[in-house]
Design a protein around this ligand. Sequence first.
Ligand SMILES: Cc1ncc(COP(=O)(O)O)c(C=O)c1O
Length: 394
Amino acid sequence: MGSYGMLARRAVLTDTPIMVQIQELIRGVKDCISLAQGVVHWQPPKQALEKVQDLVWEPVISRYGADEGLPELREALLKKLRQENNLHRSSVMVTAGANQAFVNIVLTLCDAGDSVVMFAPYYFNSYMSFQMTGVTDILVGPGDPKTLHPDADWLERTLKDTKPTPKLVTVVNPGNPSGTYIPEPLLQRISDLCKDAGCWLVVDNTYEYFMYDGRKHVCVEGDHIVNLFSFSKAYGMMGWRVGYIAFPSEVEGLSAQLLKVQDNIPICASIISQRLALHSLEMGPEWVTDRVKDLVKNKELLLEALSPLGKDAVKGGEGAIYLWAKLPDKFSEDFKVVSWLARKHGVVLIPGSSSGCPGYIRISFGGLIEDQCRTASQRLKRGLEELVNGGMVV
Ligand SMILES: Cc1ncc(COP(=O)(O)O)c(C=O)c1O
């Protein structure tokens, strides 16, 4: 033993999770504030937590449940999908979070050796899900330099020219790490291109409620589209692990194959978590959007903190919980900058290289209450001023 030769190449050749690297980086750094992980600062709805707190004694909580999810939760989700997302021809599978939903989908739709399409900057966990399942031909398309929107002209050419045709295209909307929102006409065009080419479109809607400046989140539906959702950020349920897949009901065999994957990974999402999800859903989307509104202040504080990088360097913030910024040209080694900011200035971010874009940084504004965010912003601003003016002086 003791040799990499004994390990699966699929695993060895998969990127190391950036959050694990960040945890290692800040271990031992005293008083480091995190603007790194994509989290929210709130807890699940109090009323929902109160409803589940006595459930631990009920025997059904400790048993396995239906693979596809509790019937009452699925029913509530189908209603929500119809009313809020305008999805009328979708079936639902409840998963242990949206990340597991994505893995289920990759295992159900892709074979090792297939090619797939993502856009830079991409969501690192989706990239890793492809890598670790042997889907290593990952075509990464450009984003528009100004808006970061996926380049649909590039997609059109790529779907036409790549043989065999890529199996799947995936986007996150609004984006992680970009924080930008793909407007409906563009999303529709991407969907049409996928349909014409005969490939799947997977849209990750984890941040559907995290929209700013009056924008409204929209989903697209079709027999070639899978939509993913999560309870983690919306309802502050990161650790409860609940997400779901909305997949086209009419595609023959899709549900049966999905169940095979589900039965071999979680069997079912945690039953008590599904009950909490159901009661959280009863609070209505306003419960979430009320909290999202308060994040605007955090975003403003961090935009101000990023000002030393120059106005054009900063993008995103239309949706989700992220800002995305370009470091000055000479700092393409973004992990070094992130390490320096953590050690010297007590604030930690995500390097853009983990999303396929070296020389950038991702800043998360969801995890801190305003006071903490103010402190983090002051540290970040001081750090960036020093970086721009004098470099990484230790
Ligand atoms: C785009 C996106 N998808 C999925 C996830 C993971 O969500 P979950 O906790 O539901 O697995 C995240 C979390 O950061 C995310 O940003």
